[in-house]
Design a protein. Structure first.
Length: 164
């Protein structure tokens, strides 16, 4: 594994009603097409990701080690296309690749990430990264929250890769 960059990730995660993307265009979202593959790992959640924007691919390797349901140690780095292909050979056979469209936009002083999955037509996921656990945040009124799933393992991408 390369020398991955370290940070602590703290996020809130919400199951939301399937969004009307056209109404969110006023927030100037950046759209990424993502392929995410989980690797065999004895420590934490080890994954690789191909992120495509305007036909240009960027590849990432990430290792997440949970501290709590909403907080984890995160080690991440950009890798090359050939490294991505090589790492795919160590994919966890019990998990499927995750494909999703991610819309990233600013709202209320925070960056929001809205993930739309091809296997859902009625719901999506919204994530907000926070600086601390007590930090206030806002969600655009166009986004209808079904429930907070920050603590729900069923909505972690690693579990979705097992289910879908």
């Amino acid at each position: 594994m390369p020398d991955l960059k370290y940070s602590i990730e703290l996020e809130k995660k919400f199951l939301i009603e399937y969004p009307d993307i056209d109404t969110l265009l006023k927030y100037n979202p950046i759209k990424y097409e993502i392929e995410q593959i989980y690797l065999l790992s004895e420590v934490g959640s080890h994954r690789i990701r191909r992120r495509t924007h305007f036909g240009i691919d960027t590849y990432f390797e990430t290792l997440k080690i949970r501290i709590s349901e909403t907080k984890c140690h995160e080690y991440e780095d950009v890798i090359t296309g050939p490294e991505y292909v090589q790492l795919k050979l160590t994919a966890d056979p019990s998990r499927h690749p995750i494909y999703k469209d991610r819309y990233v936009f600013a709202y209320g002083g925070k960056v929001l990430e809205l993930d739309v999955y091809p296997f859902w037509s009625d719901k999506a996921i919204l994530e907000i990264e926070l600086d601390n656990e007590d930090e206030a945040y806002q969600i655009p009124p166009e986004i209808k929250i079904i429930k907070d799933v920050s603590d729900d393992h069923e909505y972690k991408n690693k579990q979705l890769a097992k289910n879908k």
